[in-house]
Design a protein around this ligand. Structure first.
Ligand SMILES: Cc1cc2nc3c(=O)[nH]c(=O)nc-3n(C[C@H](O)[C@H](O)[C@H](O)COP(=O)(O)O)c2cc1C
Length: 381
């Protein structure tokens, strides 16, 4: 399992566990891979405590943090302004969907708590990301910073390199991957369209080798549709030096899903992970729900630019969460969700992937030896 990526970070297995949950990141790191914690949504002081806890629980092992340098965010506004700045048509539509679903309005306490959180979209702006990076620099085990949705500015890459931190960026096309390399990144993550979260339109099978060839000799991690050791081996054969998985950890006991949502993920089929623009204004793969169905129905309004769409839907998603309206929840999920068949721990999943990867490579070598033997026998005839 040694690749340039395992050497770069001194880890045992080139498996990156992208997650919004510190517990998954900690477990994946301790199981020999590297946890990659999404950090853009936390307030700086909250993040500082989370990373201190990760430091304490990962025995000096390196971990990764993920930020969102989005290209076009639009104007970020505080939640208190939403009724003044959002189109009436959109506000009315959201209210209609929620009241038809019998989903109660936010209590004054819940509303006050939302107002204290980051304004929707702030985590995608350069200032928002820099706030996060300032905190990260106080935690020396954070050895890898990955940027999604856009290339990190070169001054940020230089700043991180000066502290010995490696930088990666997520790409959905070879063109984007090239831009990241021009910005100075050390690793490119090629993410196919079957992935959960924001995606492009090119599938993993096509994208991975294209990116590998375009950015060589920069190492590539494969993302999008990986949930098993055999898929890891396929990524390896296509030139990737490790894998970056997101959806598959959602089925683990440590993930952020509540028990009802975990059951929905276990029951979901690959085709239930649909691409939609109603959460952030950009194509996002999520689990289909009554909420996504309402937005896809005739007469639904068109999504707004990123910051405005988030301002519109953030309180609605909070209402759905607090009402525990599971049928309306549409959290992110990739097509590999169809492979989540039972709840298991992150450690068990990591171990299973590592074992299956080794077996898949053995099978591949045996197959090659048998093919060579058949060829030699045929030549001898
Ligand atoms: C629940 C969830 C949330 C995600 N949120 C982010 C995010 O905040 N930042 C990011 O870079 N990628 C995000 N992604 C994408 C992952 O980083 C990763 O590229 C993707 O999950 C890989 O494909 P897979 O879902 O098929 O494993 C998210 C994915 C999921 C499933």
């Amino acid at each position: 399992m040694r690749t340039r990526i395992t050497e770069m970070f001194g880890i045992e297995a080139p498996i990156f566990a992208f997650t919004h949950t510190p517990r998954v990141a900690i477990e994946a790191t301790n199981a020999g891979g590297m946890g990659a914690l999404a950090c853009s949504y936390f307030q700086p002081d909250e993040l500082d405590l989370i990373l201190a806890d990760m430091d304490a629980k990962t025995n000096g092992r390196p971990y990764c943090i993920d930020v969102l340098f989005a290209n076009k965010v639009g104007t970020v506004m505080p939640l208190s302004e939403r009724l003044n700045v959002l189109p009436e048509e959109h506000l009315d539509f959201v209210e209609k969907v929620l009241s038809e679903g019998g989903i109660a309005p936010l209590s004054p306490e819940a509303e006050a708590e939302m107002l204290r959180a980051k304004p929707p979209g702030r985590g995608h702006t350069e200032e928002g990301v820099m706030e996060v990076i300032e905190v990260v620099l106080r935690h020396p085990q954070a050895r890898f910073v990955v940027s999604a949705m856009g290339a990190p500015p070169p001054y940020v890459v230089e700043m991180l390199h000066a502290r010995g931190i490696k930088v990666g960026a997520m790409a959905g096309s070879a063109e984007h991957a090239l831009k990241h390399v021009e910005a100075g990144v050390d690793v490119v993550i090629a993410q196919g369209s079957e992935a959960g979260g924001h995606t492009g339109s090119i599938s993993s099978m096509v994208l991975w080798p294209e990116v590998v060839e375009t950015v060589a000799p920069v190492p590539v991690l494969a993302a999008g549709g990986i949930g098993s050791g055999r898929q890891m081996a396929a990524a390896h054969v296509l030139g990737a030096e490790g894998v970056w998985c997101g959806t598959i950890w959602l089925g683990t006991s440590e993930s952020e899903l509540n028990p009802e949502m975990r059951r929905r993920y276990i029951a979901a089929r690959s085709q239930d992970a649909i691409q939609q623009k109603y959460t952030t204004g950009k194509p996002l793969r999520t689990l289909r729900s009554k909420w996504t169905d309402a937005w896809s129905a005739p007469g639904a309004p068109q999504p707004l630019p990123l910051a405005s769409q988030k301002l519109l839907v953030a309180p609605a998603l909070k209402r759905i969460e607090l009402a525990n309206a599971v049928d309306y929840m549409s959290y992110m999920a990739g097509q590999i969700v169809g492979r989540i068949k039972k709840e298991q721990t992150t450690r068990e999943l990591m171990q299973a992937m590592r074992r299956e990867f080794e077996r898949a490579l053995d099978d591949l070598h045996r197959h090659r030896d048998e093919t060579v033997a058949v060829g030699e026998r045929d030549e001898g005839r």
